[in-house]
Design a binder for this molecule. Structure first.
Ligand code: SF4
Length: 353
């Protein structure tokens, strides 16, 4: 994964998003939900998009796959999937790609599963929608996939309706459904948030296994840096529709340079970055109808400078020698490096795992 400026063509490159922007026109004004996100994703890689509720992480992915309401929505930028721009595809082309080449799993499987169809009927339909194969063959493939995602007694489970399964089982069914057609890209939106800790660990293990087995790329949307540490190769930190920091997983835990990222890390009890501050982030995210002028994070930032209230800092490389680590902050780079070293001397993805 890299930022907007690194647009070298690559055979392994699966998805390339350039300056994606989504704005919703409402009766109260325009909500700028995503304000210029850029990244690339290669096969077999896991990108985490992390941030608080309303930061734009889900809208980014829903925009890419054409699941935002077209009416009253302005979308710009590019989302090149295997070289084809998803944002310019017809609804029919997008329907063909969704569920086959790009699949999604959401926090609450009940909102995605049809409550009045058996699990088996839904799995068979998901395959036959994209492949001309017999019902019997689709059924066999479904049984195999249910077993693969760790569902005991798949023959029996095929006869169940969604409400007859536990939350963890339903999420496994969703993962099975998402993987039935060997997708190139899996988008997982808070896939473990509604689950208990044990089931959460099992589902994360499952996603990890599947990633290596299927060589799919994964975008993991989460507010949980623990989940990011478990699974991701690269991370984008979003806030109020903007990218504030972007890097590989080790850098984000060991040398984060944005005050918001320090705040998020400071909320993790296992890191306990600073016993005197940044244990939580004071204040609330801003309204996207009327975001603050300058840096969107300035009302909550303990480091804010006068310039922060007036000028929005661009997202740019931190060090001239590394174009992979980007941040949007006015603080002097040397100060940020010192503060990062002070706050994060014991932090690492390994500790969080
Ligand atoms: Fe804080 Fe200013 Fe940096 Fe924004 S630009 S994160 S307000 S120091």
């Amino acid at each position: 994964m890299s930022g907007a400026d690194q647009a070298e063509p690559s055979r392994a490159r699966l998805l390339e998003v350039r300056d994606l922007r989504t704005a919703f026109r409402t009766e109260d004004g325009t909500v700028r939900a995503v304000n210029g996100i850029s990244f690339t994703l290669e096969r077999g890689r896991v990108l985490g998009i992390v941030g608080e509720s309303g930061s734009g992480k889900s809208v980014t992915c829903l925009t890419m796959v054409g699941l935002v309401q077209k009416r009253r929505t302005q979308v710009s930028g590019q989302a090149l999937f295997l070289g084809e721009d998803l944002l310019r595809m017809t609804p029919r082309q997008l329907r063909d790609i969704r569920g086959r080449a790009i699949t999604m799993i959401f926090q609450d499987p009940m909102t995605s599963l049809n409550p009045i169809m058996t699990i088996g009927a839904q799995l068979v339909e998901a395959i036959r929608l994209h492949h001309r194969i017999s019902r019997a063959e689709a059924r066999n493939r479904s049984l195999k996939m249910l077993a693969e995602v760790g569902i005991p007694n798949p023959e029996e489970r095929m006869k169940n309706f969604p409400h007859e399964l536990s939350g963890g089982m339903r999420q496994r069914v969703m993962i099975a459904m998402a993987l039935l057609n060997n997708p190139d890209l899996l988008i997982a939106d808070e896939p473990t948030t509604a689950l208990d800790v044990t089931t959460q660990a099992q589902i994360l293990n499952l996603i990890r296994q599947l990633r290596s087995e299927f060589d799919s790329a994964i975008i993991l949307i989460t507010h949980d840096l623990g989940v990011v540490a478990e699974l991701c190769d690269d991370v984008i930190v979003m806030y109020a529709g903007q990218v504030l920091e972007q890097s590989d997983i080790d850098t984000i835990f060991e040398q984060p340079v944005h005050p918001y990222t320090w705040g998020l890390l400071g909320c993790l009890p296992c890191l306990n970055l600073d016993s005197t501050r940044l244990q939580n982030i004071p204040g609330m995210p801003p309204s996207l109808l009327q975001p603050p002028a300058g840096c969107v994070f300035h009302p909550r930032c303990v480091y804010a400078l006068p310039i922060c209230r007036e000028i929005s800092p661009p997202l740019k490389p931190i060090w001239s020698e590394s174009a992979q680590h980007l941040a949007a902050c006015h603080l002097d780079p040397a100060f940020r490096a010192r503060e990062s070293a002070r706050l994060c001397s014991n932090a690492s993805a390994e500790v969080v795992r």
